[in-house]
Design a binder for this molecule. Structure first.
Ligand code: TXA
Ligand code: MG
Length: 331
């Protein structure tokens, strides 16, 4: 199959493909998604095949307005509507009780469904144009870093899908916050740009009595994610990053340091990639920095922030580094 990349002028073609049971990659504000008709089991099966995704890892269903939630979920609470009103369209996925119309293949066999209203105009237009809820995981091959540009999707999906809708570089850069509302106390299954602190304006209980965030793990988080194809380690301070850099270099392998601008400048090593100055900039450039680093260098040293507002970013960094963090002081 030939994979083409098209801009907004291909929107109607994309909608037609989805209506006829095919898979199309499209941009959201977080990362690119690999979309198919969420209510068509055969179409959804093609997503799992193209990604090489384990069948027990549920997909997120994308809708374009809160009014559509009852077509994919049931017993939707007032609280869910309040959250949608406050944070949608935007990077928040709510786990709700599944409606019978949603096939089990979409939800990885679960009785619940993740629902989200993306903010990217092309995503919203696509959902409206095809008139269906769109099931979409991130458009990377399973285990790879999520794509934040159409070219990243092509790297992973060339020949596997007919069309990639190109909406430019994604704005947020890491995947949506997944919040499970089917438990007595709402639980964050995957941290993202909508933080526990932001949610706590509406949901005081997402923070427990000790002031700690209640976090569990989404089914998909048990798989190794975000793994670059080169060895990767995280470092807490520029000195330990530079020390590792020198050690790797003396072994004949070319390393790179990736981090916030102040971190890579303090590391004072030739090969470095600055993610930017703010948490938003760092989020939006992490995945593309990882993809370019693995092509050019033999070893990746990533800044681990350990600052509260970088919590969601650290979550992805820890996964990329396989949990290995240099410079951690033991207490
Ligand atoms: O930002 C995003 O969420 C992107 C864009 C494309 O919308 N999508 C995305 O999908 O990251 P994916 O499939 O790569 O990750 C979805 C995560 C997985 O960890 C999955 O296990 C969890 O959400 N999830 C989905 N439905 C769930 C459910 N019913 N119960 C618990 N976890 C669920
Ligand atoms: Mg993913």
């Amino acid at each position: 199959m030939q994979t083409i990349i098209g801009k907004e002028e291909r929107l109607n073609y994309a909608a037609e493909l989805i209506r006829s049971g095919e898979v199309v990659a499209f941009p959201t504000e977080t990362v690119y998604g690999l979309g198919a008709d969420a209510l068509n089991g055969n179409a959804v099966r093609k997503i799992f095949e193209a990604k090489g995704r384990p069948a027990d890892n549920p997909l997120i269903v994308h809708i374009s307005a809160p009014g559509q939630v009852n077509s994919v979920a049931q017993n939707v609470s007032e609280l869910a509507f309040k959250l949608f009103q406050k944070f949608s369209p935007g990077p928040l996925t709510l786990v709700l009780k599944k409606a019978p119309a949603v096939p089990l293949i979409t939800t990885g066999g679960l009785g619940t469904v993740g629902v989200r209203i993306p903010r990217h105009p092309l995503a919203l237009k696509l959902i409206e144009a095809c008139g269906r809820p769109i099931a979409a995981p991130s458009a990377n091959r399973s285990g790879r870093v999520s794509p934040t540009e159409a070219a990243h999707v092509l790297e992973d999906m060339d020949g596997k899908i007919p069309l990639i809708l190109d909406g430019g570089k994604t704005e947020v850069g890491i995947e949506s916050t997944v919040l499970d509302l089917t438990k007595e106390i709402p639980v964050i299954l995957r941290p993202g740009a909508i933080t526990a602190k932001m949610l706590s304006e509406i949901l005081p209980k997402v923070i427990d009595h000790k002031g700690e965030v209640i976090i569990a793990e989404a089914p998909g988080m048990k798989y190794r994610h975000y793994s670059p194809t080169k060895p990767c380690i995280a470092a807490l301070d520029p000195e330990s990053a530079a020390g590792k850099y020198d050690e790797v270099l003396s072994g004949g392998i070319i390393p790179v340091i990736i981090g916030r601008e102040d971190f890579v400048l303090a590391g004072k090593r030739e090969n470095h990639i600055s993610l930017g100055k703010t948490v938003e900039e760092c989020m939006s450039s992490l995945f593309s920095a990882l993809r370019s680093a693995e092509k050019k260098y033999g070893y990746i040293i990533l800044q681990y922030f350990s600052e509260p507002e970088y919590f969601s970013l650290d979550n992805r960094i820890k996964k990329a580094a396989g949990g290995e963090i240099l410079g951690r002081t033991l207490q």
